[in-house]
Design a protein around this ligand. Structure first.
Ligand SMILES: Nc1ncnc2c1ncn2[C@@H]1O[C@H](COP(=O)(O)OP(=O)(O)OP(=O)(O)O)[C@@H](O)[C@H]1O
Ligand SMILES: O=C(O)C1=C[C@@H](O)[C@@H](O)[C@H](O)C1
Ligand SMILES: [Mg+2]
Length: 182
């Protein structure tokens, strides 16, 4: 078993952060958390309700609070899947850059659209043209995901199990290199 530090997954809606995060935690013997789920548990309400009552700003405040708490409270035994917009605040990016091994799960806009089309749980995509929204968000956020990422893993046309295997290999390689360098 590799001894990785805390691992945080970032990437757009539909990249598979929740799906891959759960499988990765199993593979590494770590605890799995999902910031979207923790936000919902703390609020006692779901994300659409929070957006409706508190706006996106209210949701982002909750998201930063949860990220801070999760990073402080959990040592090296955590895999944390984040929401697609976690990189929008500089405060969050600073936490991500300093406190974890951050994996950017890359998915093309076409894949994001395909994978998010079955659910109506994402308020930002409740628009007439979700493809245009995903495109716009990607243009702003892709550089921000790259800014905080330790590793980038492609997920298009890869089964989740395949993505996890690639990711375990990439983490292993990264940690071995770090050891050799220090
Ligand atoms: N590699 C993959 N191949 C095919 N389908 C996938 C893959 N990864 C995830 N999916 C499917 O895509 C959908 C969205 O995945 P998931 O909820 O894990 O994305 P997410 O990155 O957590 O999104 P969000 O930012 O909205 O929380 C799910 O139905 C999941 O089963
Ligand atoms: O991309 C985003 O901004 C979001 C992604 C989801 O994971 C949720 O965090 C929420 O729906 C907002
Ligand atoms: Mg998710």
């Amino acid at each position: 078993m590799i001894k990785a530090p805390k691992i945080i997954l970032v990437g757009p809606m539909g990249a598979g952060k929740t799906t891959i995060g759960r499988l990765l935690a199993q593979a590494l013997g770590k605890e799995f958390y999902d910031s979207d789920k923790v936000i919902e548990e703390n609020a006692g309400a779901d994300i659409p309700w929070i957006f409706d009552k508190e706006g996106e700003d209210g949701f982002r405040r909750r998201e930063t609070q949860v990220l801070k708490t999760m990073v402080q409270e959990n040592a090296s035994d955590m895999v944390l899947a984040t929401g697609g917009g976690i990189v929008m605040r500089e405060e969050n990016r600073s936490i991500l850059r300093n406190d974890a091994l951050v994996v950017y799960l890359y998915a093309s806009v076409a894949q994001q659209l395909h994978r998010t089309s079955k659910s109506s749980h994402r308020p930002l995509l409740q628009t007439g043209d979700p493809k245009a929204t995903l495109k716009k968000l990607f243009a702003v956020r892709d550089p921000l995901y790259r800014e905080v990422a330790t590793l980038i893993v492609e997920t298009d046309s890869r089964h989740p199990k395949h993505v996890v295997n690639k990711l375990v290999d990439a983490i292993q390689r990264h940690l071995t290199m770090e050891k050799t360098e220090s």
